[in-house]
Design a protein around this ligand. Structure first.
Ligand code: ADP
Ligand code: MG
Length: 147
């Protein structure tokens, strides 16, 4: 993903791995239009902004990874929006501006260290997105306009 990259689409259902196993929900973006793009760009952790056009813009930290549920033949795009939501938003359009790359995907033997790692990613994303060179992207009109 060439930063800043803009991608968007409906939030699709996964296997509820995020909330159930790790305790962190990730809004899985439909990857239909992005298979070539995903193939060419590295797996790992990215940060940026996420817009729900009917509502608001949030900071996000995002995992782009090979998904074991598709026998690792497909990558998924899974942003964690850094906000507490009262309800799920499956089916809603989600627009992402990807601002930076943190590091490659890591494999962790223990769930505890995975959860810790994700919280570390979140901290890095939060701080990076407060820098003026990154925070300006929250005003990107792409995040607010239905497509
Ligand atoms: P799935 O496997 O279906 O993606 P998750 O356990 O990863 O399930 O949960 C993701 C869903 O939770 C999202 O699709 C969204 O509707 C909801 N959700 C609630 N809060 C958040 C959040 N802060 N970030 C991302 N998704 C959230
Ligand atoms: Mg998810």
């Amino acid at each position: 993903l060439i930063e800043p990259g803009q991608i968007g689409g409906p939030v699709v259902k996964g296997f509820r791995q995020g909330s159930k196993v790790v305790g962190i929900p990730t809004a899985n973006l439909s990857t239909k239009q992005y298979s070539t793009l995903l193939f060419e760009h590295p797996s790992g952790v990215y940060f940026g902004l996420a817009g729900l056009p009917t509502c608001c813009v949030f900071k996000m930290v995002m995992n782009v990874c090979w998904n074991p549920y598709f026998n690792n033949t497909e990558k998924t795009i899974e942003p964690w929006l850094l906000h507490d939501f009262d309800e799920d938003f499956y089916g809603e359009e989600l627009l992402l501006v990807i601002v930076g790359y943190i590091w490659p995907e890591a494999n962790f033997p223990a769930l505890g260290s995975l959860t810790e790692m994700i919280h570390e990613d979140r901290k890095i994303a939060e701080e990076a997105l407060d820098l003026p060179m990154h925070s300006k992207f929250k005003d990107d009109p792409y995040l607010k306009s239905p497509h």
